[in-house]
Design a protein around this ligand. Structure first.
Ligand SMILES: C[S@@+](CC[C@H](N)C(=O)[O-])C[C@H]1O[C@@H](n2cnc3c(N)ncnc32)[C@H](O)[C@@H]1O
Length: 443
């Protein structure tokens, strides 16, 4: 809608020019009160990366104009920027119902489902749109990424190929495809794709960190050092993944394997967990990883989660992020869910389930949750047990998260261990316990 008020039109132009701070000042001081002022204030706050403030304004717009497609779109976007995928989905779904013909709506909805870990819904949305003849790079990207998240790496690779055939300069497409190429096509092809991603216009500088970390883990130290000197030293914000890989080097197993897919790593890690015993997962959310474990374990598996999201804020995300709104996922017949906070659900479970732990997937992100789990399982982990951490390296705060929890646990319980599977792309690491509290495999 054209803006007739000169201050509102000026603010709109400032927002389009990404001059958010000045737009905010003009709007606050001089713009007439009303829906358009709130819409523009919301957009300016959103552009300024203040999604919570943006949400307050967009809510006012939506309260006055509940069927305004822009208001619904902005609410969805602001929730997404606020790292709140669960409510974002609600707004995008409403928008899709209200304006099904809106260009790009199905790619937006698929992206919202994907961020909410509803990969099957994301895939169904993209497939319907593609079957209807809709075209677009965003749809292909969403299809490829959801397939990757579901562990379907050969499908994901095909979808990335389709995307790259349409847009050979799609940096995120090359980056995504490198991880999916790791298994079927091997590390050299994965590295080629990663290097190709770095050469695309507008490529994210973090790709250099993935390249450097992967080279380090492959033992190609000279190439890694060259990448580090040229691209990481001048951009220290990309150091965490490189530092994380460096921290793993002294404890790499002789049979180390690199992965790019979470599902593949989990399945491999399970086959290496030779101690008969419990198979446990901490952090289930929508059940994607539990599904891999349940399918591959050949026994009962147990998933623990509050389904209320993280109990405290983490990195840029608020407390409660990753909630499913307490909805439980559908799981395979051999999977049992244990609902609640780990400190409440784990002690009674352990009292009722004696014996060693064969395998643990720690996918609960924060230090406190990993510490709770490891402390409770201390007497049950044996030489030969396997622990997979899902966010071990790569995040800005990795030294203070799962890594710290495990390092403290290892020091406190005399744990000898080695890393036998690593996925820089998904930040997962699989640990083989070699000895614990003086016990070794042969002792
Ligand atoms: C990253 S998600 C898990 C993702 C899942 N493994 C998958 O495959 O998509 C992290 C989950 O950990 C749960 N969580 C974190 N700390 C917890 C705690 N102390 N007690 C219970 N649940 C917790 C959150 O509710 C959230 O669902």
């Amino acid at each position: 809608m054209p803006l007739t008020d000169p201050v509102l039109s000026e603010a709109r132009a400032l927002i389009d020019a990404r001059r958010y701070r000045i737009a905010l000042r003009r709007l606050r001081q001089d713009a007439p009160e009303g829906t358009e002022r709130h819409r523009l204030l919301g957009l300016a706050h959103l552009g300024h990366r203040e999604p919570d403030k943006a949400l307050a304004h967009f809510r006012r717009v939506a309260a006055e104009r509940p069927d305004d497609p822009d208001a619904l779109l902005h609410l969805g976007q602001a929730h997404q920027t606020a790292n709140a995928p669960f409510p974002a989905v609600r707004w995008f779904e409403r928008l899709a119902r209200l304006a099904p013909g809106l260009p790009g709506i199905r790619a937006l909805l698929a992206g919202a489902y994907r961020r909410d870990a509803r990969y099957h819904d994301a895939l169904a949305t993209t497939r319907t749109a593609l079957a209807d003849g809709e075209r677009g790079i965003d749809l292909l990207f969403e299809a490829a990424t959801s397939e990757a998240c579901l562990g379907r790496d050969s499908d994901a690779l095909k979808s990335f190929e389709a995307l790259l055939a349409e847009d050979p300069e799609h940096a995120a497409g090359w980056f995504g495809s490198h991880a999916q190429a790791m298994h079927g096509l091997g590390p050299d092809e994965a590295l080629r794709r990663l290097r190709r991603a770095t050469r695309c216009g507008g490529a994210n500088g973090k790709y250099w960190a993935y390249l450097c970390a992967t080279l380090l883990l492959l033992g190609r130290a000279d190439e890694a050092r060259a990448v580090e000197a040229a691209h990481i030293v001048p951009a220290p914000k990309h150091r965490p993944l490189v530092d994380g890989a460096l921290a793993l080097l002294p404890d790499l197993a002789a049979d180390l394997r690199l992965f790019g897919s979470s599902g593949r790593l989990l399945r491999h890690a399970l086959t290496e967990a030779t101690v008969p015993g419990l198979v446990l997962e901490f952090g289930v959310r929508r059940g994607t990883s539990l599904d891999h474990l349940a399918e591959a374990a050949g026994q009962e598996v147990h998933g623990f989660d509050s389904f209320e999201g993280l109990p405290e804020g983490w990195v840029n995300a608020p407390r409660g992020v990753l909630t499913t709104g307490r909805q439980l996922p559908a799981v395979r017949a051999n999977a049992r869910l244990h609902v609640g906070w780990f400190e409440d659900s784990l002690p009674p479970f352990l009292a009722a389930h004696p014996g060693p732990v064969r395998f643990v997937n720690v996918d609960s992100d924060i230090y406190a949750s990993a510490r709770t789990v490891l402390a409770a399982l201390a007497g049950r982990l044996m030489p030969g047990s396997v622990v997979v951490f899902d966010e071990y390296i790569g995040n800005r705060s990795w030294r203070e998260d799962e890594y710290r929890a495990f390092q403290e646990f290892a020091a406190g319980h005399a744990v000898g261990y080695e890393y036998f599977a690593v996925s820089p792309f998904t930040k997962q690491v699989a640990v083989r316990i070699l000895s614990i509290g003086g016990k070794t495999a042969t002792a």
